[in-house]
Design a protein around this ligand. Structure first.
Ligand code: DQA
Length: 875
């Protein structure tokens, strides 16, 4: 039985007696702790806010710490009303093609009554018995491939036991939300209600093995739906506010159910195909918990320039028990980070003092709680005993675990001392995924950096090592540490010796000024590249990162210029624009799979080191050799237009229009951009594509081209690294194309109305050709849920199509334009050129700030409004 809605019991309709009976302070809640340790028993007698779900004595705890589930195991979502669990359930069931099962609906189906009326009629004991019976059936009949949603019934002790049992082999996720948002939803903000909320959350926390904080989004600008906007100004659409929640939750699910794939979540950006630990000079920005908690803190500014986000949880308190409030804060902080950034999260609880049992207990609880939040990485202190470490590692689920060891001043042995080797060996033998060893820099700093002197580990397998000195004197060794150096977001020097003393920018500056990396020259090459905003966008990003690179415009009518530029040993790469995107292919030695399939290149990368057999190396090798000058041996071609178009579609497509087997798309044009658009659509799993082009035969040629590509992809011609048309989104032989003759055609009967439209025709005069005046016939604009309409050009933003779509905003149509697309494709270029993640917000802002239309007008209203909305665009 799949159900999307349910006869839900109001939270305040639950009788006080049931809450009393089931409150964590009464015998029933103690029942669910029967296997827990004495210290936990003691904890349950403490004030309620001190209740905790886990104990440092993990061997006796009820096993909600198990986090290895079969890939198709049913997911249970637990949460109070207003936590958003039903919406999240619908999102997950759609994305993963799972059946949605709401407990309340099942109860009504089984009894013909809602829980409240059943209880009234049959009494509390019978209601409890029936509830248990229905829950037993729900759980056992839906073992696989479902999402079960459960609210208040989980307050019942027998249901708790059932769910705890279920959590041994299934993800049971506690969905939380800010109390203010829950109160707002329930419209009953009183003291008693707050207390009930705390009780529920504390209970749900104990019976779940994962926790998800559904952070509320509040638009940060007034008057969101103002009418009569100037050209290019966009109103945030309510349906899109769910987008970030969707991405956040689906990402979380993919982290706990490793086998799940969501095509829309897979990043198409080049660096995402390279393991973080294999890239060179990467940074983890370290941010204390207290800095994340204020709602006003600017998450993106913390992240700028970093490859991972390290949340630092202090462990200074002497109390052995984590309070519910502390756990709430940590869950909220992880939720905020994940909602606002894309980089992996490192969860770092500050190291415990070996000599204090209290610290140890808290530390174990902090790790236990951290693992329930499914961060990509977690650190575990190597000072713990092997036994404690093994227990924690057993809980890791899909989280990678980093061993950490910080040598104090009197332990600071030279880097070539065998102590470091034995620490490394121990980490390998215990099953860690990587290790970070740091020590307080000694006063006689004539020792070379650890990466030059660390002894060869004797353990047979290898794990990545992060090693550097701490404190102001350790800064240079931190700058030269090749992976995941811990950095501070602000240039301020922290007082604490253990805190990072450099920013990512300091480290980058140091690498360039010590000649480890070289300043490079980049270009945009095209016939009318004068209007390009690429130079300002890329130059701002270089400057922000402390890279001495320059990006220049090269306007030319012939490609010969590129051959000249490449002779320069400092040539770093080029963006190509009209009319060279196809012509350039003849100058290149190798194309990426995407550029090959699209048949157009907009990014040229120099290759300086060939493989021994003379072939062009892999993308990984190229990414490791960016920012180095020298003679260019070969040229590699990539297409980032499709990455940008894909990102715009993803961003503009509301969850209700999520791509499904019947979703249809329309492409206008048949040139290079149209090819990139079709490629992006196929990659997102769109199986019904309609093309309209002035010259019908060119559109037909496009269809033949992609039909051939799809066939060769079906025949197993797939890359191990990145499959452009993964079979889970594009089942064999299921793509349908249709070519239209003109806008007078009727929309094809066997295609749904389009929810994705990409217009790739020039919006300005090209030679003697007038600008396109294309608008959608109203009969093609009948999607009841609206859709995303992207006009790829940006010379003018007041095109007939964009004007038309802006007028349709209330029907769910989202207009997007070249100012959205330019940065998105530019992020991918930045990654290819520099090997670093692009500073996204900065590049988006720089494009907007420098925009002038074809008549040189700057449209202040437009800029102001869109700059204000930059944060809403998502990470
Ligand atoms: O088409 C475009 C636009 C662009 O040329 C610009 O800067 O305007 C940059 C190119 O990388 C991209 O493919």
């Amino acid at each position: 039985m799949a159900a999307m809605t349910g006869g839900k019991r109001r939270f305040d309709a639950i009788s006080d007696s049931q809450v009393e009976r089931d409150s964590p302070c009464t015998s029933s809640s103690r029942n669910i702790q029967t296997t827990e340790s004495r210290s936990h028993e003691e904890a349950s007698n403490r004030p309620r806010t001190k209740l905790k779900r886990s104990s440092s004595n993990l061997e006796t705890q009820t096993d909600t710490s198990r986090r290895n589930f079969p890939p198709d195991a049913t997911i249970v979502l637990l949460g109070v009303r207003g936590s958003g669990k039903s919406t999240l359930g619908i999102i997950a069931s759609r994305a993963f093609h799972r059946k949605l099962v709401e407990f309340d609906v099942c109860f009504k189906e089984a009894t013909g009554q809602t829980a409240v009326s059943y209880r009234k009629e049959h009494g509390a004991t019978e209601h409890q018995r029936k509830q248990m019976e229905v829950m037993r059936d729900v759980l056992s009949n839906n073992e696989k491939d479902c999402v079960i949603i459960c609210g208040l019934p989980a307050m019942d002790k027998t249901v708790q036991l059932q769910l705890q049992e279920y959590a041994q082999s299934h993800p049971v996720i506690h969905v939380m939300r800010e109390p203010t948002s829950v109160h707002e939803y329930m419209q009953s903000p009183n003291e008693k209600y707050s207390e009930l909320l705390r009780i529920c959350e504390s209970l749900f926390r104990r019976i779940s093995n994962h926790e998800f904080y559904n952070v509320s989004e509040r638009p940060n600008r007034p008057n969101p739906m103002a009418g009569g906007e100037p050209p290019g100004v966009r109103s945030p659409t309510p349906s899109l506010t769910l987008k970030r929640a969707e991405r956040h939750f689906l990402k979380f699910i993919t982290l706990i159910c490793a086998k799940h794939n969501v095509s829309s979540l897979e990043s198409a950006y080049p660096l995402s195909r390279i393991h973080l630990e294999r890239r060179r000079y990467t940074y983890a920005v370290s941010v204390p918990l207290a800095n994340i908690l204020p709602a006003k803190s600017d998450m993106e500014s913390f992240e700028a320039g970093a490859d991972a986000f390290e949340l630092v949880i202090p462990n200074a308190i002497q109390d052995p028990f984590l309070t519910e409030q502390e756990m709430n804060d940590i869950s909220y902080a992880i939720g905020r980070i994940r909602r606002n950034t894309l980089v992996p999260i490192i969860y770092h609880a500050e190291d415990h003092s070996a000599d204090s049992q209290n610290h140890r207990a808290r530390y174990m609880d902090l790790i236990h709680h951290g693992l329930s939040l499914a961060p990509e990485y977690i650190t575990i202190d190597l000072r713990l005993s092997d036994q404690d470490i093994s227990k924690l590692l057993h809980e890791r689920g899909g989280t990678k675990v980093m061993a950490v060891f910080t040598a104090t001043e009197h332990e600071s042995l030279p880097w070539n001392h065998e102590m470091w080797t034995s620490l490394y060996d121990r980490a390998v033998n215990l099953g860690f995924d990587l290790i970070r060893i740091t020590r307080l820099a000694p006063s006689n700093m004539d020792e070379p950096s650890p990466q030059y002197v660390l002894p060869k580990p004797s353990a047979s397998s290898r794990i990545p090592v992060i090693a550097y000195d701490l404190g102001p004197r350790g800064r240079s060794s931190a700058c030269f540490n090749p992976i995941l150096t811990t950095v501070t977001p602000e240039p301020r020097r922290p007082g604490n010796l253990n805190s990072p003393h450099i920013t990512a920018r300091d480290a980058t500056n140091a690498l360039f000024s010590s000649f480890v990396l070289d300043p490079m020259k980049f270009y945009i090459v095209g016939a009318s590249s004068w209007y390009s905003l690429s130079p300002v966008m890329h130059n701002a990003a270089y400057q922000n990162y402390g890279m001495p690179h320059v990006f220049r415009t090269h306007q030319t009518s012939t490609l010969q210029v590129l051959e000249e530029l490449v002779k320069d040993h400092d040539f770093g790469g080029a963006a190509l624009t009209l009319p060279f995107k196809v012509e350039v292919i003849k100058l290149l030695d190798r194309l990426s799979r995407h550029a090959q399939a699209i048949g157009a290149v907009n990014t040229v990368i120099p290759v300086r080191h060939l493989n021994d057999d003379g072939s062009v190396p892999s993308e990984l090798a190229m990414a490791q050799n960016t920012n180095r000058s020298g003679p260019v041996q070969a040229l590699y071609g990539e297409n980032t237009d499709w990455v940008g178009i894909r990102a715009c579609i993803q961003r503009g497509l509301s969850p209700v229009n999520a791509v499904g087997p019947k979703s249809a798309a329309l492409v206008i044009g048949a040139g290079g951009m149209a090819r990139a658009a079709i490629y992006a659509m196929l990659n997102l799993g769109v199986r019904n594509i309609v093309i309209l082009n002035r010259t019908f035969s060119n559109a037909q040629r496009l269809v033949e081209h992609f039909t051939r590509i799809l066939l060769s992809s079906d025949e197993g011609n797939r890359s191990a690294h990145f499959d452009p048309f993964p079979s889970f989104v594009l089942p064999r032989g299921e793509v349908k194309f249709h070519v239209l003759h003109s806008r007078d055609d009727v929309w094809p009967a066997d295609f749904r109305q389009p929810t994705i439209v990409v217009s790739c025709v020039p919006t300005h005069r090209v030679g003697n050709n007038p600008p396109s005046d294309f608008t959608m016939p109203s009969t093609w604009l009948q999607s009841p849920t609206g859709g995303v309409i992207l006009e790829v050009a940006y010379k003018t933003l007041s095109t007939p199509l964009l004007r038309q779509i802006r007028a349709e905003a209330s029907r769910g149509f989202i207009p997007m334009d070249g100012l959205d697309l330019l940065p998105e494709q530019g992020f991918a270029q930045f990654e290819l050129f520099t090997g670093r993640r692009a500073p996204r917000r900065l590049m988006r802002e720089e494009v907007l700030r420098n925009y002038r239309d074809e008549n040189g007008e700057m449209h202040e209203d437009l800029i102001r409004s869109r700059l204000a909305a930059v944060n809403e665009q998502g990470p």
